[in-house]
Design a binder for this molecule. Structure first.
Ligand code: ATP
Ligand code: MG
Length: 395
């Protein structure tokens, strides 16, 4: 077998003798990975924090451990041929210890650190010649205000570890807001970095799938639209000059190799008047790749599995001239999406994905993808279905 690495020797014996991929975390990314595993007859086991998590609801093989300490993860990993991740929450020391014990992690601990620690990521990428926003580590309130004096207000403070969906990102407009943040953060011991407020023209993402043996493929660059620090919408292809997408793709491939990424890696990019800057990396299937389920020849979830198993990767080309994905996010005073699902399904040509998660304002509950020939028409359809799922009313 091309790329067969003879690693399928876990303690866990599944019905068919096919490989067992363990996924730590049981959110929607794990759920959609399981959906992609079935046609390949790959077994996915998930390590959930609770039995009602998105992927735990559909997985045939679930272990539950609220703790992400070494022992429960090592016990889980013993039953898997390869271990991969739905989130970045396993401590770097635990990942290193798992590798020392001989467990196969993809991505490995060293690569994963780039997604776990924003300061490490900025430092290493800057040292490697990759374009990143101006930044510095914050150890005192003076560090914040000195940086702002040099670069101008506003500045953006970020939690070095643990942020997601804009939680852990603060735009500071003046010395007063900096002092307020510092008095709160210094009490919690959350390490911070500060960076320039980038005049963003568009946000883009480049997704790469890379195998341990080095083969890598890149997906067409996607435009991501965020509101309140959270991704709302994806549009492919993105309306930027070809030189920009070519550069974004090349940068993502270079980066994947430089950090030895395995599996899917998403590179979030800021497009400015001066060019591209790297915002952050995720070493796992990513929200910016949800459009690939219907819109690309091989979904990011299938290519993640193929990549972590060191199998040949699937083609990443577009299936349709335009693909638009809209996230279904719980709204204040909104509805349970599943209660209005039939109405959303009446919108022609949309594909609805619900994650089985309970409604909560600000929570990602699902997404809708529409394929079409033209951006405006495709967006309108995707939004009509998503709006129904969020508010119960047509937009
Ligand atoms: N330096 C910056 N200048 C301007 N806007 C920024 C800056 N950094 C972040 N943002 C905005 O905030 C959003 C969230 O930032 P970031 O991606 O760092 O946070 P996150 O919470 O880790 O996100 P994710 O949910 O993708 O993990 C960005 O997509 C962008 O819209
Ligand atoms: Mg982000």
């Amino acid at each position: 077998v091309d790329g067969g690495s003879g690693i399928y020797e876990s303690d866990f014996v599944n019905a068919t003798g096919t490989p067992v991929v363990g996924m730590v975390g049981a959110g929607q990314l794990a759920r959609m990975t399981i959906e992609a595993a079935t046609p390949l007859d790959v077994t996915v086991r998930v390590l959930a924090a609770a039995s009602d998590e998105s992927a735990a609801l559909i997985a045939r093989h679930v272990e539950v451990s609220p703790s992400l300490e070494l022992d429960p993860i090592a016990a889980f990993a013993a039953g898997c041929d390869v271990v991969t991740f739905d989130h970045e929450l396993v401590a770097p020391e635990v990942l290193r210890a798992l590798e020392e014990r001989g467990h196969v992690l993809r991505p490995g601990a060293a690569a994963e650190l780039y997604a776990q620690d924003k300061l490490y990521q900025r430092r290493e990428l800057a040292a490697g010649g990759f374009p990143v926003p101006a930044f510095r580590r914050v150890e005192s309130l003076d560090d914040l205000t000195d940086f702002a004096a040099e670069h101008g207000w506003p500045v953006v403070a970020k939690a070095v570890r643990g942020g997601y969906d804009g939680r852990g990102v603060w735009v500071l407009s003046d010395a007063g807001s900096a002092a307020e943040l510092w008095s709160g953060a210094s009490g919690t011991g959350t390490p911070l970095l500060v960076e320039q407020f980038v005049p963003i023209e568009r946000e883009l993402a480049a997704l790469v799938a890379r195998r341990p043996s080095g083969e890598a493929v890149v997906y067409p660059v996607v435009e991501t639209v965020q509101a309140d620090g959270m991704c709302r919408e994806l549009v492919v292809p993105c309306a930027v000059p070809a030189a920009v997408t070519t550069e974004a793709s090349a940068l993502a491939l270079r980066l994947a190799e430089a950090i030895d990424a395995t599996g899917i890696m998403a590179v979030e990019l800021f497009l400015t008047r001066e060019g591209l800057l790297v915002n952050e990396l995720a070493l796992r299937p990513h929200n910016s790749g949800h459009w690939t389920i219907e819109g690309a020849q091989t979904s990011q979830f299938e290519n993640h599995l193929r990549a972590v198993l060191d199998w040949p990767l699937g083609a990443t080309g577009l299936v349709s001239p335009v693909t638009v994905t809209v996230n279904v996010i719980g709204r204040q005073g909104g509805v349970e999406p599943r209660e209005v699902l039939p109405r959303a399904l009446a919108v022609p040509g949309v594909r609805v994905h619900l994650y089985g998660k309970g409604y909560r304002p600000g929570r990602k509950l699902g997404h809708v993808t529409a394929l079409g020939d033209e951006v405006d028409e495709t967006r309108t359809r995707a939004w009509r279905a998503a709006e129904l799922l969020m508010s119960g009313e047509a937009r």
